[in-house]
Write a protein that binds this ligand. Structure first.
Ligand SMILES: NC(=O)c1ccc[n+]([C@@H]2O[C@H](COP(=O)([O-])OP(=O)(O)OC[C@H]3O[C@@H](n4cnc5c(N)ncnc54)[C@H](O)[C@@H]3O)[C@@H](O)[C@H]2O)c1
Ligand SMILES: O=C(O)CC[C@@H](O)C(=O)O
Length: 469
């Protein structure tokens, strides 16, 4: 392993012969990524970043599921990693089989990386969620095992907000039904219970990236805006935060959900909430399928309480494209489909070319930075730690990364191990029980690296040791 010949660029700058498991010892950035990182202004240096790899990039095995965008695939392949790409997600048994062998996995919203699955992921270093939501990953278990998780926090927010604007108009004008009728040859020119959206009140539940973006668009369409959020959020334009969910439900003509999947948001909109809503109002859910109690929605629509709904997400969603959205998947499937003025879309809120390309780049870049430099900026489950790249005028440096339980006395022990070396820079941070330490050490020889790694591995606080050189 570790042959510098396999390193695509600047490979001759370093020459190490240590054999290492990717999970134990990792290495640094390719120029394109480290340069863009350095140009952030945080860590400007005149010297080119040093290319560090303890083993051939070809040893890194990456599994990309759920049709991750080509932009992301390209970035990872350019690094020389082995990338396996699949269009759909995998059934749990196949996922477990594959995850044993890989160092990196890229997923979207469908793949469930539960404790059961992650327990088998003995070589896994990092998870890339090529989406906003990270509810499909057991973040805590991953952190406790030193597996970093990255996502793309807002690259598809605009796409979701635009879809919702379209749905508001479609529902107000019963456009889905009229279109369906025309597809079946029926001309049905009606205006009863069809409305303009101008002057109507949109109630946004969850005023984060998507909710606030929707607020801007809806206000431009002449709607009045109210929102409910567990946090006090800055109102945009003339939007107004209301103190309770009930207050929002009682006032809004359209209710749109933009909350994450959490225990608190499970069935957040159920029979009681439908009762609070205005008769003839509309519900839109493009957040997560668990947030709306669908049988209660079906009842509320049949009774006329709710005049229309748009759903983009469901408690159970198929693994891939095909003829799967039936009552076997969700027992109420047929009832839902039989309703009038309901728009059903296959979780496409974030599915635009713009969003998927941007997500591909953002998440793949984060993965490369983590694999090659150990930088955790943007991680959703590990402390966010960064240091400038090592440079070509630092030839005998190594970057020591020690992920550990946050218990008293660890730093003293780590620094005893590093004491005989010159520590250029060191940074540590914690997130709950898990701490992440990075130290750049100079004057390092191959035998030092092995010694440092073995000594760190022997500490009881250890979760993961990586040495990049
Ligand atoms: N349909 C799609 O394709 C699609 C695309 C992107 C995101 N999403 C979903 O939309 C969700 C929201 O995305 P975002 O980027 O706006 O997230 P965000 O984190 O920026 O905003 C979420 C907001 O919800 C609030 N919130 C959390 N719990 C709440 C509760 N119990 N009651 C009220 N407010 C609560 C938070 O305080 C936050 O302001 C994501 O978590 C994801 O599940 C779906
Ligand atoms: O693309 C997906 O599968 C998920 C889209 C969306 O729900 C997200 O969380 O970003």
């Amino acid at each position: 392993m570790a042959s510098p010949r396999d390193i695509p660029t600047h490979a001759t700058e370093v020459s190490h012969s240590l054999s290492a498991s990717p999970a134990a010892t990792f290495h640094s950035p390719l120029a394109s990524h480290s340069n863009s990182f350095m140009s952030s202004g945080m860590m400007r240096r005149t010297t080119a970043p040093k290319q560090l790899k303890p083993f051939s990039t070809g040893d890194i095995k990456i599994l990309l599921l759920e049709n991750v965008n080509q932009t992301g695939q390209d970035i990872l392949r350019e690094q020389g990693y082995q990338v396996e790409f699949l269009k759909s997600s995998l059934p749990e048994d196949q996922l477990i089989e594959k995850i044993r062998d890989i160092h990196v996995i890229g997923i979207r919203s469908k793949t469930k990386l539960t404790e059961k699955v992650l327990r088998e992921a003995k070589n896994l270093l990092v998870i890339g969620c090529f989406c906003i939501g990270t509810n499909q990953v057991d973040l805590e278990f991953a952190a406790q095992h030193g597996i970093a998780v990255f996502n793309s926090p807002f690259a598809n927010s605009r796409s979701v907000a635009e879809l919702v604007i379209g749905e508001i108009i479609m529902l107000a004008r019963q456009l889905g039904d009229r279109s369906n009728e025309m597809h079946h040859g029926t001309w049905n020119k009606v205006s009863a219970r069809c409305w303009e959206i101008r002057g109507k009140t949109l109630g946004i539940i969850g005023y984060g990236h998507i909710g606030s973006q929707l607020s801007v668009l809806a206000e431009a369409m002449g709607m009045k805006l109210i929102y409910y959020d567990i946090l006090t959020m800055m109102a945009i334009g003339s939007a107004r935060q209301v103190p309770t969910l009930d207050a929002l439900l009682q006032e809004a003509d359209f209710v749109s959900l933009h909350v994450p999947e959490t225990p608190e948001t499970k069935n957040m909109i159920s029979s009681n909430q439908f009762q609070q809503m205005k008769t003839g109002s509309y519900l839109i859910n493009a957040s997560r399928g668990t947030v709306v109690d669908i049988p209660a929605l079906i009842k509320a629509m049949r009774s006329g309480k709710i005049a229309g709904a748009a759903l983009d997400v469901y408690p159970n969603e198929p693994a891939g494209n095909g003829d799967y959205f039936n009552s076997q998947l969700n027992q109420w499937g047929d009832d839902l489909r039989s309703l009038n003025n309901i728009i059903l879309s296959p979780h496409i809120g974030g599915s635009t070319e713009e969003a998927q390309r941007a997500i591909g780049v953002e998440v793949a870049d984060a993965l490369v930075r983590y694999i090659n430099q150990g930088v955790t900026l943007g991680s959703v489950n590990l402390p966010e730690v960064t240091m400038r790249s090592l440079t070509l005028d630092e030839p005998d440096h190594a970057r020591v990364i020690y992920v550990h339980h946050n218990v008293p006395g660890v730093l003293r022990k780590v620094n005893e191990i590093l004491a005989d070396h010159n520590v250029d820079k060191q940074i540590t941070d914690n997130r709950g029980d898990v701490a992440y330490l990075m130290a750049d050490v100079c004057g390092i020889k191959d035998e030092d690296i092995k010694l440092i790694r073995d000594s760190l591995d022997a500490l009881s606080s250890r979760i993961l040791t990586r040495i990049l050189y």
